[in-house]
Design a protein around this ligand. Sequence first.
Ligand code: TYD
Ligand code: MG
Length: 467
Amino acid sequence: MAKTRSHFICQNCGAVHSRWVGKCDGCGAWNTIIEEDPTAGIGGGPGKAPKKGRPVTLTTLSGEIEEAPRIESGISELDRVTGGGFVRGSAVLIGGDPGIGKSTLLMQAAAALARRGNRVIYVSGEEAVAQVRLRAQRLNAADAGVLLAAETNVEDILATLSEDKRPDLVIIDSIQTLWSDVAEAAPGTVTQVRVGAQAMIRFAKQTGATVVLVGHVTKDGQIAGPRVVEHMVDAVMYFEGDRGHHYRIMRTVKNRFGPTDEIGVFEMSDRGLREVANPSELFLGERNEKAPGAAVFAGIEGTRPVLVEVQALVAPTSLGTPRRAVVGWDSSRLAMILAVLEAHCRVRLGNYDVYLNVAGGYRISEPAADVAVAAALVSSLAGQALPKECVYFGEISLSGAIRPVSHTGLRLKEAEKLGFQAAVLPSGSAEIPKSSNGSWNSIESLMDLVVRIAGSKHVGPTDPDEE
Ligand code: TYD
Ligand code: MG
């Protein structure tokens, strides 16, 4: 019989090595290689017969469905992103940059839930009891009845949680600080984070308590972070925002019990996070209506319309290769729009630097913003301010045609509500509502938009041979 050889497998990226090494060639991680027996498990070969399984009852797809029981916090922006409250027995990961406000939000949620009669346990691994108390006082949460522990050892945490009555909500702040006796690696390593998260998730499933795990992510994902935990939990939410601005956005990226495209908008104040029920008013707050290069985009986040300003600056370049810089939008999408403008609308941008910014640190992911971006670009290049009461939306295809997007009615209604009386939208859009006093202008191609903004005059420098 051939000699069985064991494999050395990187626990971070899954690369297989023939011998043990300290650093994985595949992902560059240290100390992640573990020896595994390839013949172990089901189908491992002769002499390795697995234990006899027990058949489970097969069922059909139709049948009774139970609504997942939820605990509502009463903070409506938070309840909206979770899909109506935290689901009992589920594990939720809340990720975000350090200092963005995760602990603040969770302390407020903990207090709100505790005030509604839930047993809430807050386990802080990062801050001492005194620090957490200080924050709670600032947030007016000190008297809410949240139970607090400063602990990082997984076994001790589980023992604490299993004492007394079962908790309704457990907050672990953060998973990077958890460590277990079972794993030998240092706290914060992939192995420890995974073991800790697994133990907490198992606790949630066994007892029906909701477990919220806090995880820091760094921009380059260097620290062994929540990424490894994402597939293990039921819901993943990211808390994001720009440090230079006050508002913060909670975004769902995965949710086994609800929608994944909702956002919750908050504003950081000196007394914690405040809900922002109407984000459009906030994002349009600092608008300069007379400046060229600014277009208002009527967007949709989940079920909610959001109006936001797209700003562009097109300026002659002093460099050989012009600069293209984007904040809050996809840079390859900008490149595409620039190419379509050049190819189909004779807008020459080769000698211009292009800067694009979405106001207020907001991030747009919808292709429907194409038309607003193009409008801002052309407006800046032509030095022509756009009409101040007009919103823009629509997707641009490579042929220069404008394609309809979803939720036309919702976008227009929100625009009207905020005092916008005109809109530039794709022709052929469905469900266009009758406006009371507005004018909805549908356009078929990007050229229509360019002519509308810059008139029939040529935009940009004229080619000498075209004169
Ligand atoms: P924190 O919740 O500690 O961030 P995280 O847990 O994501 O690391 O929030 C940190 C920032 O929030 C800090 O810079 C101070 C600010 N903050 C306020 O502006 N107002 C407040 O009421 C609180 C509690 C914090
Ligand atoms: Mg924190």
